[in-house]
Design a protein around this ligand. Structure first.
Ligand SMILES: Nc1nc2c(ncn2[C@@H]2O[C@H](COP(=O)(O)OP(=O)(O)OP(=O)(O)O)[C@@H](O)[C@H]2O)c(=O)[nH]1
Length: 409
């Protein structure tokens, strides 16, 4: 017994459309009406394009024209719209039946595979954004686009610990305290960095796979924040002394280069002070290394308090400090600053049970008089400091407790 096309189509579990040459639907099977949520009457007679997702219409038209021209269609994918407005992904086989003057289209619901592919692509996009981003804002912006394309998310915000500082907010979104937002902590096994906050579409309930995607986003963000913090720490460590927080030799020399360039341009002079504590080894030996550290920190603060904000105080290492004084009028002004430093250091510092004063030998190099290159000036100031220290050692310890500035200056 020969079955008609309609009878056969009715038997299939896959979705079947029979469409006339003018694009109007001649027949839909039970699977079709069930999947799309329409009654047969609501579909038959209407043009098929009414049911296709508008974004997929242009390429679907091209495919339909080619099938109408005689090429069998196999594997074409597009989205249709259900009666409730939601989208469904179909994969098609189709051919034109000249005998019936109908286009026969058989479709399978591949929405789950599409969702899984989209999730995989999102995972890759999130991890790429987290690894490639050179700033937090660009990373969160990429996260925002990826998550909003896939999840029922209207807006995204990111806040950072320790003070819940808002660091990212979707474009055009106003920030009110985010009651009711979906919160995902950004943390690594050892540390909490803040939260991703998502404003979900009304009545949206996240599926387990969607929750997992958000967890992944938050963990990638946490790893990136940790990396940025580490980079910032390393950058800081490369330029600052850990014990005192002062600039280190490298940053000091950079500042000197800038100051020397400025001095050439503006014909203004300045000075470098080389400061070495006297008998500092005794502090360590008699009071312990921790007390020595404490004294070094106090010395750093006191030297800093004797100069202007624009001047630079640095620790070269051990008990050696340097000061860059910009725009000084003459050697007398430099001498006054050196005396002020000596006096400040002479004030006893409380180190546990003991109270200790500090004293230092100071050498000075003026620029441009004693050099216009960083190395020359540092060497000159160092030698002047040694000469000063040698005089102190040659003379009475008590008298030279607060040494005079080297006579060269
Ligand atoms: N506590 C502490 N000591 C340090 C640090 N770095 C270096 N030192 C010590 O600082 C001392 C520096 O000694 P020197 O400058 O050579 O000698 P000094 O005792 O100051 O003697 P003069 O410079 O000749 O007056 C050494 O004993 C170092 O071990 C540090 O970060 N903390």
């Amino acid at each position: 017994m020969e079955k008609t096309l309609h009878e056969l189509a009715g038997l299939l579990l896959d979705v079947v459309f029979l469409v006339r040459e003018d694009g109007r639907i001649a027949f839909v099977n039970h699977a079709c009406t069930k999947v799309l949520g329409y009654a047969p009457d609501e579909m038959i007679g209407r043009t098929i394009q009414d049911f296709i997702h508008p974004d997929d219409l242009p390429r679907t038209r091209t495919e339909m024209a080619e099938v109408a021209g005689g090429r069998a269609g196999y594997g074409f994918e597009n989205r249709y719209l259900r009666k409730d407005g939601s989208a469904i992904h179909f994969q098609w086989t189709a051919f034109w039946s000249p005998k019936d003057q109908l286009r026969v289209g058989v479709a399978r619901d591949v929405s789950e595979r599409k969702r899984s592919e989209a999730r995989q692509a999102a995972l890759l996009a999130l991890s790429t954004a987290a690894h490639r981003a050179d700033a937090l804002n660009s990373m969160f912006s990429a996260f925002d686009a990826t998550l909003r394309a896939l999840l029922p998310v209207r807006r995204m915000a990111a806040v950072l610990e320790p003070d819940q500082r808002l660091t990212y907010l979707s474009d055009g979104a106003g920030w009110a305290e985010t009651d009711g937002w979906h919160v995902v902590p950004m943390s690594t096994p050892g540390a909490a960095f803040g939260q991703l906050r998502l404003d979900l579409a009304e009545a949206a309930i996240l599926q387990p796979a969607e929750q997992e995607l958000l967890q992944f986003a938050a963990s990638q963000a946490a790893a990136a924040i940790e990396r940025f913090a580490l980079q910032a720490d390393l950058a800081h460590a490369a330029r600052y002394d850990e014990l005192t927080g002062l600039p280190n030799r490298r940053l000091f020399q950079d500042r000197m280069r800038l100051a020397l360039a400025r001095s050439r341009r503006e014909h203004a002079g300045g000075a470098v002070l080389f400061i070495d504590l006297d008998d500092f080894k005794c502090v360590n030996d008699q009071h312990g290394h921790a007390a020595g550290d404490q004294l070094l920190r106090a010395v750093a603060q006191r030297i800093q308090s004797c100069v202007r904000e624009a001047d630079t105080v640095a620790r070269l290492g051990g008990d050696e400090f340097v000061v860059l004084l910009e725009e000084v009028a003459d050697a007398a002004q430099v001498r006054r600053v050196a005396d002020k430093i000596c006096k400040a250091l002479a004030e006893p510092v409380a180190l546990g049970a003991a109270e200790l004063p500090a004293s230092a030998s100071i050498g000075v190099a003026m620029y441009p008089q004693q050099g216009e290159a960083v190395d020359d000036l540092m060497r000159h100031a160092d030698q002047a400091m040694y000469a000063s220290k040698a005089r102190r050692k040659a003379g009475c310890r008590q008298e030279l407790r607060y040494p005079v500035v080297n006579a060269d200056t």
